[in-house]
Design a protein around this ligand. Structure first.
Ligand code: FAD
Length: 495
């Protein structure tokens, strides 16, 4: 077996891993970065648009009246006190300085209003990458910096095991050709991004796994969680899915916006669950996380129901509803469009989607019920109640705003878009202490091991909160904390 040694092994080069490496690089501590993929960067590179922070230089300049007290109390309350208080505190206190660090890494961000219509009046905490493409390019440049300083970056090489005996002896990795490599090391930082790529772990935790559109980092298969758990790390926590909106297909990205079918699922039309009942105020579409949670709560699939008249209206007219993803795709400073349509290709897009099975079309509601195996009586009851709400401009059950009660569902042909809960990853894993070290059930840390980003428990009780940028912000900061602590521990051991 090929073998060599280093001080620290970092597993994964997404937000948490690249951040850990940057700290080690700046402090001249030798390290090896293992990345399963053929390029650096996980969800943090290909997906995330920004990070959460408080007390950043720019926030201070702009006199943002939202600081540690508000964020700590807010997140603790939000999660019903199911939080790792010390870790949350440490994350928040470093989140502002993390913004300057991101600029040093070549990944600059700017404070922006929330990208979500539901949160336009929230305090300015979201820091958006100035230029998404540039972020990707600059991320790719970091390995050269690291290797020029004498460190190793090993692509297409995954961590698969640990040698551990009262402390870390070595990390065992496997390259693409299947060859094993033994890396003798003093510390390891697991930044491998959770477990949304492990069908086995997903199925064990989420009953609607098969229905989910997984937009997360599929190379994240729970390596760090499993290996630290094997050594006694406490993984007791309820599963937390990073649900985020929905999409009319299992194979397309809803944020690409190249089909009118997707556009219509990004609006507050009539939504029915798999028992043909309304289940939520569809205005939730304007809050990505809550929208995803609502979809997850009805077992991952719901239907958007409309009739031909509605489809024709979107084809011909500009409709006073905002596409929920509009703001996400605006560059910093760009004014978002607050209407949708006309959508000249809508009929073709729907006809195409009927062929692929993403949309079900029928002349009658009875036929819709048959095709989707819905109870017909519930379907007619729900449609009648909704039509009444549209007519009266008052939804006294789900309380959808009158301005969104625009389209009743009256005459066939009818269309039902089959909408899947989309996910960006998983947000539970290992219990850690304030230094991002995995702890055993008695609370003692596992020596030499660190685990960060989407791999850890402690920030979320049961779902992703409506605090934009928390996951990515935490990933960068936790990687930074783990590297700092690993260095501190190395220095102490040397004395
Ligand atoms: C489409 C999308 C949009 C998002 N938008 C936002 C946003 O705007 N704001 C926000 O806060 N969050 C957002 N997120 C979530 C955010 O990106 C993640 O929470 C964050 O990237 C987690 O960081 P991480 O380092 O834990 O994992 P990742 O960034 O996913 O990195 C994990 C890395 O580990 C590698 N890896 C896995 N297993 C191994 C192994 N055994 N050996 C070696 N390498 C391994 C993977 O290949 C990957 O490169 C988004 C996610 C997605 C998917």
């Amino acid at each position: 077996m090929n073998s060599f040694s280093t001080d620290v092994v970092v597993v994964g080069s997404g937000s948490a891993g690249i951040s850990a490496c940057f700290e080690l690089y700046q402090k001249h501590v030798p390290f090896v970065l293992l990345e399963k993929g053929n390029k650096v960067g996980g969800a943090g590179k290909f997906g995330a648009h920004g990070v959460f922070a408080i007390n950043s230089t720019e926030q201070k300049k702009r006199h943002v009246n939202y600081g540690y007290r508000e964020a700590f109390n807010g997140l603790t309350d939000y999660n019903h006190f199911f939080v790792n208080g010390e870790l949350l505190a440490r994350f928040l206190k470093k989140s502002g300085a993390n913004i300057d660090r991101l600029a040093e890494m070549g990944l600059p961000v700017t404070v922006e209003q929330s990208e979500q219509k539901a949160h336009l009046n929230d305090p300015l905490v979201y820091h958006k990458f100035n230029n998404f493409k540039e972020k990707m390019t600059n991320w790719d440049k970091l390995p050269d910096k690291f290797t020029a300083a004498g460190n190793k970056v090993m692509l297409e090489t995954a961590a698969v095991d640990l040698e551990y005996d009262n402390g870390l002896k070595a990390v065992i990795a496997k390259n693409k050709a299947g060859a094993e490599i033994r890396i003798a090391a003093k510390k390891v930082i697991f930044a491998d991004g959770g477990y949304c790529g492990s069908q086995e772990m997903m199925t064990a935790n989420f009953s609607d796994t098969k229905a989910l559109l997984n937009l997360g980092e599929r190379k994240s298969t729970g390596t760090g969680i499993r290996l630290t758990h094997k050594l006694g790390a406490d993984c007791r926590h309820r599963p937390v899915l990073f649900a985020h909106g929905g999409a009319p297909s299992m194979s397309i990205n809803p944020m690409k916006r190249d089909s009118a079918v997707e556009t219509l699922t990004n609006l507050p039309l009539l939504w029915l669950d798999q028992t043909a009942n309304r289940f939520v105020n569809e205005d939730v579409v304007y809050d990505f996380a809550m929208w995803g949670n609502a979809a997850h709560n009805v077992n991952g699939i719901y239907y958007v129901l409309l009739d031909q008249k509605t489809l024709d209206t979107f084809k011909q007219k500009e409709v006073n509803l905002e596409d929920t993803f509009e703001r996400q795709f605006c560059d910093v400073g760009q004014t978002p469009r607050t209407t949708v349509g006309p959508l000249p290709n809508i009929q073709t897009d729907f006809d195409e989607a009927v062929k692929t099975g993403e949309v079900v079309k029928a002349d009658t509601l009875e036929e819709i019920a048959q095709k989707l195996q819905l109870p017909y009586s519930s379907l007619t009851r729900s449609v009648n109640a909704y039509n009444q709400a549209v007519k009266q401009k008052e939804d006294d059950t789900f309380l959808k705003p009158a301005a969104e009660l625009l389209f009743d569902v009256q005459e066939g042909p009818f269309y039902a878009i089959i909408e899947h809960c989309a996910i960006l990853g998983t947000l539970d894993g290992v219990n850690v202490d304030r230094n991002c070290q995995p702890v055993k059930e008695d609370g003692t840390p596992l020596k030499d091991l660190y685990i960060v980003g989407n791999n850890v428990n402690g920030l979320y009780s049961d779902g992703y909160p409506s605090y934009e940028g928390i996951a990515n912000g935490f990933a960068f900061v936790s990687g930074w904390i783990a590297a700092e602590e690993a260095i501190k521990s190395l220095n102490q051991e040397e004395k």
